[in-house]
Structure formats: C-alpha cells, structure tokens
Design a protein. Structure first.
Length: 486
C-alpha cells in the first residue's frame, strides 16, 4: 500500500521534467521525511519498478515510471473524469489549484524568429553589428494595442498560473502562500543567472541562518540575502506598491545594498556611461534621456491591462534601457513579479532556465530589438514555475478566509506581544481585551486562536513575516519560555 511519504516523493519527482536529484527531494520533503528515510523509500519504489534511477553518485536523477505515476498519483485527469452510467454523479469538489496537465517541455520551443536571432547573437562579437539605444523601440509600444505576448499564449499561461478561487483573493495571497519556497527558488535562480556559485541547498541554509562565516563569498552571500529582502518587499504589501519611482528605485536599492562601490548609486538612476560585456550594444549615456525613458517605461507598464504582458514588458524594457549602474537584470526579474503578485498569479522564479538561453534572449533585445528569444524562454520558464507552485499549494491547501481577512491584525497582535515582552498569561489577558474592542463578535474566538497559534509557532526562522528583528525576538523569548527550577 502506498504511504503518504511515497506520495510526497512521487509529487516532488513528477514536478521535475529532467528528473529529481537527491538534494531536490530532501529539500522538497524537509521537515516531513529525513534524508535516510528518503533514500530508503526511493530504494523500495525502485524495487517495485515505480521509480527509475539514472546516473551515478551526485549526478543520480530519479524519474517516475508510467506504472509508478499510475500507482502513486492516480490516473490522468482525463481518465478520472469518466463516470460510468451505473454510478452516481460525484459531488462537486472544492476547487484547489492543480499543476498544469501534461508533461512539461524539457527546453524552450524556439520560434523561427527566435532561432534566427539566436544564430545572430551567438556569432563572434566582431561579426555582429554595433547597436545603440533605440528610443523608438519603447515609444512605439502602445499599451493595450501592442502585445509582446500573443493572446493565445497569454491565455495558456494564465490557465497554468491562476485558479478562479485565487483570483478573488486579496493581492499577494498566492505569493504569501508559497513564500517559503519562493524565497529559496527566486533568490537562488536569479542569483545563479548573475553567475552566483551558491548551490540550492547552500542558499536554503544561508536564508535560514541569515549570514555566512565565509568572507571569501561576501558578494555572493550579500546578493542572495538582498534577493530575499527584495522578495519580502514585494510580497509584504503589494497593494501599496505601484509602477512608480518609489517601488522601482527602492527595489533596486534593496537588491544592490552593499554591492556597489558608490552607495549613492543604490536606488538612483545612472549618471554615467556603462558597457555590456560580451555584447556590441552601447546603452544610452545621456542622464536626461535615461530619466525620461525610465519614467516612460513605468507609465506604459502601469497602462498595460494584462499582468503577464506587464511582467514580460518589464523583463524586456528595463534591461534594455540600463537605467542603473548595475543590477538592471536583477531588478527587472524581481520587478516582473509585481503584477503577478498583485493579481494572484503564480510568480515566476526562473526555475531551470539555462543561463545561456536567458543571455541569448537579453542579447537579442539589446542588439536586434527582437523579443522572440526572451519570449520563448519566458513562456517555458513561467509554465515550470506555475507547475511547481501549484504542487506546493496542493500540499498546503487553500488559504483560510479568516486568516486572509485579518492578516494585518494578526501580525500586529503577535508583534505587539513580542515587542512589549509579554509573558503568556499577560498576553492572553491583553489579547482578549483587544479582541473584544476591535473584532466582530462572531469572529473573536477563532481570531484569538489564530493569534495564539502564531505566537506558539514563532521561531527565529519565521519572525520576518511579522516584521520582527532577531534582537526583539531573543529579548522576549526568556519571558515567554522561562527556565523552571526543580
């Protein structure tokens, strides 16, 4: 008989089109199954023929066999939908977002335009035609009329990335529900595309610890920690953010914190020329033009009626302008998630994108004003991200309406208890008093339970979600959990 542990591993394996490695499976099952148990379960599933093993040592990858997928995950959706005439019609189920049906493509499917552009940008730089910033590439884009993503593609990606139930939730609900995994995935993948050498497990460890003792990796460490802070900035209160200078300049400042020689350049538009290594593209050097075009990018992005088009527009136009001295691509990748987070679509974490394919897409924009290469990479990557986070949400289930409705109030009550260093009895008294004054009578009991559960589950690794600093948490902990004598 299949166990819950085996089903968990099967889902984790099924989410990886190229097969899952041991590190990925241990990360996916962290807190549920030990590494030794993961290995034992894999051996048992391989013996049954339900899991196939390829490669050796650290290169080992696990795949589900057809029989294993049938036994562990059930028949395909199409098969499950068949109802025999002599059986009663099943009752309608509560909607839970599911991973997109069908296998994921192992690599981007290149259009003819993309193939031609890739051939061009892969030629030696001496054979490529030098290019400067073309302002008309931006100015000719008309929100709601110009579309980088054709309508059939937008419909396909929206179907993969959003459920009807999630669409009706407050802004940011989807991203907050998968935040633990998103922080790791997006911080690692975006940093990886910058040449960062941290592994996925090293990134997970760093984000949990919050610092590194290795001075030789300061820049890489800071880059990943900055990504975590930037994601939290986007997810914390997305309804309050907009396509404006405040949001984008602060996002850049967070991502480049401590990484630029001139601290004044963090969160500031560029005032001097920059070069692009490995490219024949020469970005705009006039600060006045940079500022005008930056403002125009924000205005056009705000006017785009579709969040997926907004997302991709930012991935194209921000790096092309190069409005900052450094960190332009990082800023564009994180900023591209803002419309997705606000509209409760699956975020994009650039899972599995080969660095060369992404670089080809960016170079095609720089040198040819061609978006097709980056579009093919984006569409492929978005489906993979949507598949991953749909699987995460299946494990978690749909968010509780009460928790969503009172999200800020719950955080404030937890924070108040910690900052004021209240013990358990005092906290219980203060919470009852506050709830009686501020919460609807029918919701008071459950609201109180939610706050108290949050307090009991509070630990250093999750205090950021209630806006607490480690110093505040550690000052409160001895009061909350006093040592008892014999």
């Amino acid at each position: 008989m299949k166990t819950e542990e085996e089903i968990l591993l099967a889902r984790a394996i099924d989410a990886e089109a190229r097969g899952a490695g041991m590190e990925q499976l241990c990360l996916a099952s962290a807190g549920v199954i030990s590494r030794r148990t993961v290995q034992r379960r894999l051996d048992e599933l391989e013996r049954l023929g339900w899991v196939l093993r390829q490669g050796k040592a650290r290169a080992t990858r696990y795949f589900l066999s057809d029989v294993g997928r049938q036994e562990l995950l059930g028949p395909p959706a199409a098969a499950r939908s068949v109802v025999r005439q002599d059986e009663p019609e099943p009752a309608p189920a509560v909607e839970v977002a599911t991973a997109p049906a069908g296998p994921l493509a192992p690599h981007p499917e290149w259009s003819e335009e993309a193939k031609n552009a890739r051939e061009t940008v892969r030629q030696p730089t001496g054979l490529r035609k030098p290019a400067g910033y073309q302002r008309r590439f931006l100015e000719s884009y008309q929100p709601g009329k110009t579309w980088y993503l054709p309508e059939p593609l937008r419909q396909k990606l929206r179907a993969a990335g959003q459920s009807e139930l999630m669409a009706a939730m407050p802004a940011g609900t989807y991203a907050r529900q998968v935040l633990d995994r998103l922080l790791i995935d997006l911080s690692w993948n975006s940093s990886r595309l910058e040449g960062n050498t941290y592994s996925l497990l090293e990134t997970d460890h760093l984000l949990a610890l919050g610092h590194s003792e290795d001075p030789a990796r300061y820049v890489e460490t800071q880059m990943i920690l900055n990504h975590k802070a930037a994601i939290e900035f986007l997810v914390e209160a997305p309804a309050e953010l907009g396509f404006n200078r405040y949001t984008f300049l602060n996002l850049h400042a967070i991502l480049t914190d401590g990484l630029l020689k001139d601290r004044a350049a963090e969160g500031s538009l560029r005032l001097k020329p920059v070069g692009i290594g490995g490219s024949v593209y020469h970005p705009e050097s006039n600060p006045l033009v940079i500022e005008e075009c930056f403002n125009l990018i924000l205005a056009k992005a705000a006017a785009i009626p579709d969040p997926l088009e907004q997302c991709f527009f930012l991935m194209v136009q921000l790096p092309y302008l190069q409005p900052f001295e450094d960190g332009n691509k990082r800023t564009s990748r994180l900023a591209a998630n803002l419309p997705l987070i606000q509209q409760n679509l699956s975020p994009i974490s650039y899972v599995d994108i080969p660095a060369r394919d992404y670089a080809d897409g960016i170079l095609a924009v720089y040198e040819l004003n061609c978006v097709e290469v980056l579009r093919d990479v984006f569409a492929w990557a978005y489906e993979r991200s949507a598949h991953r986070y749909a699987a995460v949400r299946q494990e978690i289930g749909e968010p509780e309406p009460m928790r969503v409705r009172y999200r800020e109030e719950i955080k404030e009550r937890v924070r108040d208890v910690v900052v004021r260093r209240l013990d358990k009895l005092t906290a219980a008294h203060e919470l009852r008093r506050w709830v009686a004054q501020h919460i609807t009578a029918s919701d008071r009991g459950y609201f109180l339970e939610l706050v108290e559960s949050e307090l009991l589950g509070l630990r250093e690794s999750n205090i950021a979600r209630v806006r607490l600093r480690p110093s505040e948490f550690h000052a409160w902990l001895p009061v909350w959990q006093p040592k008892t004598g014999r």
